[in-house]
Write a protein that binds this ligand. Structure first.
Ligand SMILES: Cc1cc2nc3c(=O)[nH]c(=O)nc-3n(C[C@H](O)[C@H](O)[C@H](O)COP(=O)(O)OP(=O)(O)OC[C@H]3O[C@@H](n4cnc5c(N)ncnc54)[C@H](O)[C@@H]3O)c2cc1C
Length: 517
């Protein structure tokens, strides 16, 4: 992925221009490019900087949707779970979950629901659900409290690394000749006879403005879709409201170093909460708090952290406290107001809207269904723009890095998949890059250099938050790594000492947001 090469191509005339480089936009770029469309994508910040790096990291049908009887949504998401586990085995994998039951009546109820979940998954290759005795349950999750435990249901779902999947999608799109760049913002739309035909974009690195022209323009800006719609048509009704979801990250000992996740089925506010082992830590969340503040870097609050701790502690052998929290992160959910759209596809969790100008907006859904959303939105965009390309070809398209002989699970280089070989070659050629950034995290100096050369990382934050997940795993270790990351990046990107200091200042601001207010 070469940003300069992408910028140089933006004066071409594209079939499809996608605005937004989160799950939805990147998925759409892959779908369009794999159909043979001339495709461009611009992302105002870094890929997955907004909601798409802040998920619970589950590739799932959504067990709780079953309770609401939303069978078709669950089936569709489970189908996509199977696709993703096959297409991106380096960033997504099977994860066993335990759902503890404390009343005799709960076990058959949960078990029946999870058996239905298995059936809806069809040919998924994941093991079926089963009931465990308290003893078996504690053997699998030693950190699970035995107090009052009657049994537990073990079921399987998927887990992934969201920001790494975003990188894999961006690279897959580029491999299919898409022009893809981060830090390029769509400022306003261009029109031809009242129809949207492109955008005026700004390169946030150089400050330069330029036009990008395309037959179809897709607004995939997640929580920001209404801002773009308002630029196109100030009278456009708002499609979204927003809610904040916070997670905390604690040491893996919280679950007794288990490789299984825990699902708490009923929280105080009638939700579910997950505690999942992830990159040698445990991620616990999430909250669901309505907010009118649509910000790219929402900060978890101390109240949310306390709520998560109070909710999970009764299920653990050793109670967690605030001092166990190594990092916290919050993301905003785009909640779709279906009545606001006249053209919305009503039967899905996601929404596709076509404005009178022809601007196609896609939002809602979840990471798990990004591919289906992409297929649907490119179908609509192709129809709107009269493109005559092949149907979607992504259901079985391996993503960049997928392949045989992957590094084993637990190897920090596994998320690179087959590209891990290039990283190993780098450390062999430059032994000075073989050391860790910080003893508390598995990341190597070589990953910084690789991120700058091949993954379009431009800032210390890009490297520590999304190319590696340091900031999401351990804020203090990420802070301690920042000076070395700045130095290595400066050398790669031809920057000076002033740039390094500015990067450290900017990263300090972001790191402060990863500690609860
Ligand atoms: C707390 C939480 C937990 C979740 N957990 C899960 C989970 O476990 N599993 C799951 O499947 N899903 C989960 N989801 C849902 C999933 O994360 C989202 O559906 C998905 O990330 C949305 O992606 P997106 O691309 O639509 O939006 P975003 O990721 O927000 O991307 C939109 C992008 O558009 C860019 N942009 C905005 N304006 C412009 C502009 N003018 N020009 C260019 N670019 C612009 C932004 O910078 C941003 O990067 C979760 C969501 C939340 C909030």
């Amino acid at each position: 992925m070469n940003r300069g090469a992408a910028l140089a191509r933006f004066d071409e005339r594209f079939d499809v221009l996608i605005i937004g480089g989160g799950a939805t936009g990147l998925g759409a770029a892959v779908d369009a490019a794999a159909r043979g469309c001339a495709t461009a994508l611009i992302e105002a910040e870094d890929f997955a900087k907004a909601t798409s790096s802040r998920s619970t990291k589950l590739v799932h049908g959504g067990v709780r949707y079953l309770q609401n009887g939303e069978i078709h949504l669950v089936r569709e998401a489970l189908h996509e779970r199977t696709n993703l586990l096959e297409n991106a085995p380096h960033v997504a994998h099977d994860l066993p979950f335990l759902l503890p039951a404390y009343r005799w009546v709960d076990a058959p109820y949960y078990f029946a629901g999870l058996k239905l979940y298995d059936v809806l998954a069809g040919k998924s290759n994941l093991p079926g659900s089963r009931i465990l005795s308290p003893r078996e349950a504690r053997k699998r999750v030693p950190g699970l409290s035995a107090r009052g435990l009657r049994s537990a249901i073990m079921y399987h779902d998927g887990q992934f690394d969201d920001a790494r999947l975003a990188v894999a999608l961006a690279r897959t799109a580029v491999d299919r000749h898409a022009a893809v760049a981060n830090y390029v913002r769509a400022e306003r739309f261009l029109y031809d006879g009242g129809r949207v035909c492109g955008v005026l974009a700004s390169d946030r690195e150089s400050g330069r403005n330029f036009e990008i022209r395309a037959r179809a323009v897709v607004n995939a800006t997640g929580i920001f879709v209404d801002d773009l719609r308002a630029i196109d048509d100030p009278a456009a009704p708002k499609l979204l409201t927003h809610s904040r979801g916070t997670h905390i990250v604690v040491p893996r000992t919280a679950l007794g170093s288990s490789t299984h996740a825990l699902l708490v089925p009923k929280t105080r506010d009638g939700r579910v909460i997950f505690a999942t082992p992830w990159h040698d830590s445990v991620v616990i969340g999430t909250t669901d708090i309505k907010t009118g503040n649509v910000e790219i870097d929402p900060r978890p609050t101390a109240e949310e952290v306390t709520y998560i701790l109070q909710t999970i502690n009764p299920y653990l052998t050793s109670a967690l406290s605030e001092s166990d929290v190594r990092a916290a992160f919050a993301g905003l959910r785009p909640l779709v107001n279906r009545r606001a759209s006249t053209t919305a596809g009503l039967s899905r969790e996601h929404l596709i809207d076509v404005a009178p100008s022809g601007l196609v907006t896609v939002t809602g859904g979840k990471w798990t269904t990004y591919r289906k959303m992409a297929e649907d939105v490119i179908d609509v965009a192709a129809k709107e723009a009269g493109l005559t390309h092949a149907p979607s070809a992504t259901a079985h398209l391996p993503l960049r890095g997928a392949g045989p002989d992957l590094p084993p699970r637990g190897d920090p280089l596994r998320v690179y998949g087959t590209d891990g070989a290039a990283l190993r070659a780098l450390t062999a050629a430059r032994p000075d890059l073989a050391g860790r950034l910080d003893a508390r995290l598995p990341y190597l100096a070589a990953q910084v250099v690789y991120a700058a050369r091949h993954e379009m990382a431009l800032t210390v934050e890009d490297v520590l938050a999304r190319r590696t997940r340091a900031l999401f795993l351990d804020v203090e270790a990420a802070r301690a790594s920042a000076p070395l990351v700045a130095k290595l990046l400066a050398a790669e990107l031809g920057r000076d000492a002033t740039w390094e200091s500015e990067q450290l200042r900017a990263f300090g601001v972001v790191a402060a947001l990863a500690t609860p207010a």
